[in-house]
Design a binder for this molecule. Structure first.
Ligand SMILES: [Zn+2]
Length: 247
């Protein structure tokens, strides 16, 4: 065998090995991401909606869940009561509806504007009886509400004794910024045109009301591999606040 053909053969073997290694690598990354809500696996989540804060690796291409939906599900699925009687889901997100529906006897939805919601209500002044709901889900709602303290007081009123309210809001920095701003300024200061404030870590003072105990769950409780695989980290919504009504 000539030197030239020997070199050629070595070159082919090396190329084949490199190709096989590449395929093995691709096989590993092909199922790099997983959605715990619908079971989808794939290389990467879809991008979040275009806006001032474009997010890569954000929305599940199958059920459209966002990072905060998957985070709340993973943090709470094993710690909420096994059987819940009545749930009220504000601004009902389709992405977690199936899970919540399957967790309770009676599932209600509420929104001021969404025609698909069962109850058209203003969260600041709700028509429900005191002590009605065992679980109230209120994710990314309060930042749109003019009087969020009144809304929280209403949530406390309609929660059943020992009932739990799950609250998520976009959170940035330590101090809450609020005040009447024109829409163009709201984008700059509150990071979204229809937000009326930008919550900071001091939201805890606002959530701490008589008759409620407050606890916080956070993405950092979870293993980094899980956070990456399910893409749970969205910078501004990594906390889940739990308000429990004292009996
Ligand atoms: Zn999904």
């Amino acid at each position: 065998m000539s030197l030239q053909s020997t070199l050629r053969r070595i070159q082919i073997v090396a190329l084949n090995r490199a190709h096989a290694a590449t395929l093995r690598g691709l096989g590993k990354v092909r199922e790099h991401r997983h959605c715990p809500l619908c079971g989808w696996t794939g290389f990467q989540f879809s991008a979040g909606k275009p806006g001032p804060f474009f997010r890569f690796d954000a929305r599940c291409p199958s059920c459209w869940s966002a990072e905060r939906h998957r985070l709340a599900y993973i943090l709470l699925k094993d710690s909420l009561p096994a059987k819940i009687d009545k749930i009220l889901h504000f601004a009902p997100e389709l992405e977690i509806q199936k899970w919540l529906q399957g967790s309770c006897t009676e599932y209600h939805t509420a929104d001021l504007l969404d025609p698909r919601a069962m109850h058209k209500v203003d969260i600041q002044d709700m028509p429900f009886e005191d002590n009605t709901y065992d679980l109230i889900w209120c994710s990314h709602v309060l930042e749109h509400v003019p009087d969020d303290r009144r809304a929280l007081s209403e949530i406390r009123r309609i929660l059943a004794p020992n009932g739990i309210a799950v609250i998520q809001v976009p959170l940035w920095g330590s101090k809450t910024l609020e005040g009447d701003l024109p829409a163009s300024e709201r984008v700059r200061v509150y990071y979204q045109e229809d937000h009326l404030r930008r919550y900071g870590k001091d939201i805890l003072e606002r959530l701490s009301m008589d008759g409620l105990s407050v606890s916080v769950r956070n993405v950092q409780e979870l293993e980094l591999q899980l956070v990456l695989r399910c893409s749970l980290n969205d910078m501004a919504s990594n906390d889940v606040f739990l308000l429990r009504k004292l009996a």
